[in-house]
Design a binder for this molecule. Structure first.
Ligand SMILES: [Zn+2]
Ligand SMILES: [Zn+2]
Length: 294
């Protein structure tokens, strides 16, 4: 399983001299499964560059939306494969019931926000409403979970050939109101995953002003990684104002935190181009997963 980050910012794209190292594009992660399937988490502005790489072939694509906020859909009109004749693209809606994520994704191509209408595209785009049914038929397993975020949304946990990845963005671990998913449920959901990608938009100084905005503090996410005994944590969905220098500092501080807990968790700051190659060791006596990243 190959996991590559194409957009790591939250809220709004933030290009500029202070975000060159980690990147300014909004949410998008590509997962290439061993089976050859392509999963794409979210369609923020990072999906544009992914599209440039995907346009060279005709493999089907499965887009899994966490929810319909701008920073998770805005790159879609610039995603090259949607303009490819007969290219198969399957879109899973992020929020069940009101289909808001899907609606937001397609309706931005309405001739007003964008010149091309979503109904005029030459690709074969299908939208899945029976999400659980669709996912249960795949050669990999997927578990969805409700996010604690204004308007709702979903996290995804994917497992293939003994390797697990959890994608949890726009999630407040300790919201002021009754959570859709409690902290203990998150610990259970993330238990032992090889790669946990979690929203880490805020720091202590952002609180209490942003309590209830649907994002977590870096310190809470690190604690979740410890409590769930994950193998690697990727702190994701950076605040648009978080500079490269501040993220470098957070990387150092996080390594220090895990060391103080005698934890061997791999600690990573999401960056555009960061890639994780996850595979189960061939030796059956060793039940760990080999991970290389670049
Ligand atoms: Zn977001
Ligand atoms: Zn959001």
């Amino acid at each position: 399983m190959l996991v590559t980050f194409y957009g790591v910012r939250g809220s709004i794209a933030a290009p500029g001299p202070a975000t060159v190292k980690y990147g300014g594009n909004t949410s998008c992660v590509h997962v290439r499964l061993n089976s050859g399937e392509n999963l794409i988490f979210d369609a923020g502005t990072g999906i544009r560059r992914l599209g440039q790489e995907m346009i060279g072939h005709d493999e089907p694509l499965l887009l899994l939306l966490s929810h319909g906020h701008w920073d998770h859909i805005q790159g879609y009109p610039f995603f090259g494969p949607i303009y490819q004749q007969d290219r198969e693209i399957i879109v899973l809606q992020g929020v069940e019931g009101n289909a808001s994520a899907l609606k937001a994704l397609l309706e931005q191509m309405d001739g007003s926000n964008f010149p091309v209408h979503s109904t005029d595209l030459p690709s074969r785009i299908s939208t899945i409403n029976e999400v659980e049914q669709h996912l249960s038929r795949q050669p990999y397993s997927t578990q969805r979970k409700d996010l604690n975020h204004p308007g709702g949304g979903h996290a995804y946990r994917i497992e293939e050939d003994g390797v697990t990845v959890a994608y949890i963005t726009d999630n407040e671990l300790d919201p002021p109101d009754k959570p859709h998913t409690t902290y203990d449920e998150w610990v259970e959901y993330c238990q032992g995953v090889d790669l946990l990608i979690h929203d880490a938009q805020y720091i202590e100084q952002d609180m209490p002003d942003k309590h209830g905005w649907g994002h977590s503090m870096i310190s809470q996410v690190r604690q979740l990684a410890v409590d769930a005994e994950v193998k690697h944590l990727v702190m994701y969905h950076h605040d648009p104002d978080r500079t490269d220098a501040e993220l470098d500092e957070i990387a150092i501080e996080s390594a220090r935190f895990f060391k103080s807990k005698n934890s061997r968790i791999g600690s990573h700051i999401a960056a555009e181009g960061l890639t994780f190659d996850l595979m189960v060791r061939k030796d059956p006596r060793v039940s760990t997963v080999d991970l290389t990243f670049s």
